[in-house]
Design a binder for this molecule. Sequence first.
Ligand code: GDP
Ligand code: GDP
Length: 459
Amino acid sequence: MSFTLAIVGRPNVGKSTLFNRLVGKRLALVDDQPGVTRDLREGEARLGDMNFTVIDTAGLEEATDESLEGRMRRLTERAVDMADVCLFLLDGRAGVTPDDQLFAEILRKRSAHVILGVNKAEGAAGAAGVIDAYSLGLGDPIPLSAEHGEGMADLAAVLMPISDEMALREDTSPEVEVDLDEEGAEETAAPRITAKRPLQIAVVGRPNAGKSTLINQILGEDRLLTGPEAGITRDSISLSLKWEGTHVRLFDTAGMRKKAKVQAKLEKLSVSDGLRAVKFAEVVVVLLDAEIPFEQQDLRIADLAEREGRAVIVAVNKWDLEREKQSKLKDLKESFERLLPQLRGAPLITVSAKTGKGLDRLHAAILKANEVWNRRIPTARLNEWLAEMIEMHPPPAPGGRRIKLRYMTQAKTRPPGFVVMCSHADKLADSYKRYLVNGLRESFDMPGTPIRLHFRSQA
Ligand code: GDP
Ligand code: GDP
């Protein structure tokens, strides 16, 4: 089931660039009958495992008798009315302009479902724009770079529940979750179907680590083999299901391909699907074989997950085969710290996919990691904390000139990202940056999750 996304925003913020990235060559022009101005473009977009229609208000710049404001208003309203959801795009380098505010006003009045995107945010350049964007009161902005393809996973993550919601609207069979307004009102109230956003989990690891066995165990015996059934929907790369009461979407690639060869579509999947799964997951479970843990391939995928900013959990499988569990665990923890220092504090869980032992702890660790990944720390608390950190250890003074850390705010979540305004950001030593990152982890109880810290110069 598909939905329609309208990209709106003032000229030059990058709407067409994003449109082209989402649509690629699958372009269809609407309104291209003779005599009609081609002011809305429509195309079939693909992002992650979602297909949807995207509308771009491309014709804004065309010269007409109409005022730009009038034209913007009219086109935007039309696009909004055609769409299920609007992506309101800002230019992160320009900050919020009066025109942007006008758009925000239109969208608010139209009570459209709005996602706020801050484009041109590649590198650290858009950080200020991201902070600025909060002032529009349209929710958490997503930093994007249409030109460089950054932030697409975050965009996919916010679109996913909308996609699911559409699917639920289509399918009103008894398996869908139904929320009633009041308990016990089943008889009278019309069920209000709400899409519970599934937690997206990728299970990655070397061949034979036990990925398929793990997923089968989570699903219940061999249901993976028999295809869709009550409560399970499947597509080429993911499975939606309830795991101990949590609505999850599991990405498995190698395993599924192996066991579901009947599905011609799955055969076409390439090896890069593991990487793709990481990009679209919120939590990545790196599954190791206890007999041969931390091989090159394991390290590479764990590192990739960290660089992509996912919450990472290391699960050591086939624990049922271990005799010396205590000493083995000690060895594993040492190897983990030494080989994956970038994942400091990430949970290490021992499991047996075969017997199901440890899966309850894995489930709990996944929920906790996701909670940390989504955590937002109030600005006031952050700045109190920053003052304390500076007092304990003032930043070094290169060339005798002290670097002043003035102010800090959390610019994003998933993973947590912070911006520190300071003088001479370029001169701040890496060791001091690490001091702050590690301090954030400890003070705010954020083990494991990647933490992004940007420093912005402000005279
Ligand atoms: P539109 O008028 O909103 O459709 O904007 P365009 O897509 O035509 O983009 C306007 C300008 O911004 C062009 O020069 C693009 O190359 C540039 N641009 C678009 N996206 C990005 C981006 O992510 N980063 C940077 N630095 N420039 C971008
Ligand atoms: P995948 O390639 O990662 O999907 O791995 P599979 O799930 O196909 O498992 C590879 C082999 O390891 C199979 O022979 C499984 O039976 C075995 N295996 C998987 N998990 C466990 C486990 O927890 N304990 C034991 N003893 N064997 C396991």
